[in-house]
Design a protein around this ligand. Structure first.
Ligand code: ADP
Length: 160
């Protein structure tokens, strides 16, 4: 069974994440979408349970995708589940330095490989933080996030 993990904070999941998850789903037998968190320093607009729920809803069509949260090192999550590779979307050169460093560290720690997928140009400017910022000031982010995320984002921001 060929397994891969697609890690991130997914606060919230965007169409850019979904594009990578969908492509990973067609390349691998099993794709773990892993939401990293730190119990001591909880952060973000959505709780981990809400992020899991949204990811379940938007990946329903991919039967080989599992969603889980993890705390601590991603490579430990991989080791526990027998996952030999991490898949990441590369949006622009600005992602590259950090991602290269992480990939080399992760390989050095446990020989887990990192594979980079070139982002769909439709989504290369997209990040969860930019989505939240634009939506906070009333910008239209429909078309950039799935319907269910748009609805929850609008509700959450209306609560102030
Ligand atoms: P953010 O979207 O704020 O960067 P994440 O930590 O959830 O937050 O992103 C996790 C990973 O998902 C990134 O490292 C990248 O590999 C991938 N990703 C995020 N946004 C996109 C996008 N627009 N296109 C392709 N991949 C993306």
């Amino acid at each position: 069974m060929r397994r891969v993990v697609c890690p991130g904070s997914f606060d919230p999941v965007t169409n850019g994440h979904l594009d990578i998850i969908g492509r990973a789903s067609s390349l691998y037998d099993e794709v773990y979408v892993a939401i990293g968190f730190n119990r001591a320093k909880p952060s973000g607009l959505f709780t981990i349970d809400e992020r899991i729920e949204m990811l379940h809803e938007v990946t329903e069509q991919y039967k080989n995708v599992k969603v889980e949260a993890f705390e601590g090192l991603l490579v430990n999550f991989c080791k526990e589940r027998g996952i030999p590779a991490i898949i990441k979307g590369l949006r622009a050169v600005t992602d590259f330095d950090y991602e290269l460093q992480m990939a080399q560290m992760n390989y050095g720690l446990t020989e887990v490989e990192t594979l980079f997928v070139a982002t769909n140009p439709l989504y290369s400017f997209l990040s969860s933080s930019l989505i939240k910022e634009v939506a906070t000031y009333g910008g239209d982010v429909s078309g950039l996030v799935p319907e269910t995320v748009l609805r929850r984002l609008t509700e959450r921001l209306a609560q102030g």
